[in-house]
Design a protein. Structure first.
Length: 259
């Protein structure tokens, strides 16, 4: 009996060993993930970005701020955006940024992250989650850091919020493997080159838009659509999805277990 079983066991062992060497890391590294995201709940995103994304069948992440007019006046529209497969992401409740950094004269005194505590930021993230769950019924969502500022009244607030969001934009993989670009006022060619010019090691490209064909820090409709056309023509190289879906796909891979 033992003689009969031995070859079978060896084959099985080799099979498992081969499986460990191949997927999922090898499969995951074949493609580059592209997260198209749209911050601040701007009306031009509803008017221009959403129809363009839907026409190509791409899902994206919209990082909403529940106190912004572009949220308060369009709650029904954002709920529909979520129902069509896009992610409603957390971008804090009032979008505080630090006033003490260069070029921040626009920061309101009442919304200054130099004086808002880390604990208060945690409350903002929880409040925003509750508001967004009311629109999309989802329990998990990702977070984009307003202005990229991580110090709240001098304290890094990110450790306090990690249990309240699925992931933080730009912090799922190492900085060599995950990049953030935030284009505005760029040509179609320049926008596409932000995708094509990335080093081979990069596995997630986060593109952060604000206005699309309107509002501020805008990218033109023409450039935005040209990028979508490029991504649609290169689906074998680039996987476009919500940041939530990308993170969940990578979390099933051993390749990111160490981050
Ligand atoms: Zn923002």
């Amino acid at each position: 009996m033992a003689i009969v079983m031995a070859p079978h066991n060896i084959t099985l062992a080799i099979g498992l060993f081969t499986a460990c060497l191949m997927p999922p890391a090898a499969l995951a590294s074949d493609v580059t993930y592209v997260s198209l995201s749209y911050d601040d709940a701007l009306p031009s995103q509803l008017t221009h970005a959403v129809p363009a994304l839907d026409s190509f069948g791409f899902n994206a992440s919209f990082y909403l701020v529940p106190t912004n007019p572009g949220y308060l006046n369009y709650e029904k529209e954002w709920a529909t955006v979520a129902a069509n497969g896009h992610e409603l992401g957390n971008h804090s409740y009032t979008h505080p940024c630090r006033s003490s950094l260069p070029g921040r004269s626009w920061v309101d005194k009442d919304n200054d992250l130099d004086s808002i505590s880390a604990e208060a930021m945690k409350q903002q993230i929880m409040q925003t989650n509750a508001a967004l769950t009311g629109l999309d019924g989802q329990k998990n969502r990702t977070y984009t850091i307003p202005c990229g500022d991580i110090l709240a009244a001098g304290e890094d607030y990110l450790p306090l919020i990690r249990d309240h969001v699925l992931a933080i934009k730009g912090r799922t993989l190492s900085s060599e493997e995950e990049v953030i670009v935030a284009p505005s006022e760029v040509s179609a060619e320049a926008l596409i080159s932000l995708i094509t010019q990335q080093p081979d090691d990069v596995r997630i490209i986060n593109v952060i838009f604000h206005g699309v064909g309107g509002d501020y820090l805008a990218v033109s409709n023409k450039a935005h659509v040209a990028l979508l056309e490029f991504l649609a023509a290169n689906r074998e190289d680039y996987v476009v999805d919500t940041y939530k879906n990308i993170v969940e796909a990578l979390n099933t891979s051993d390749a990111v277990a160490s981050y």
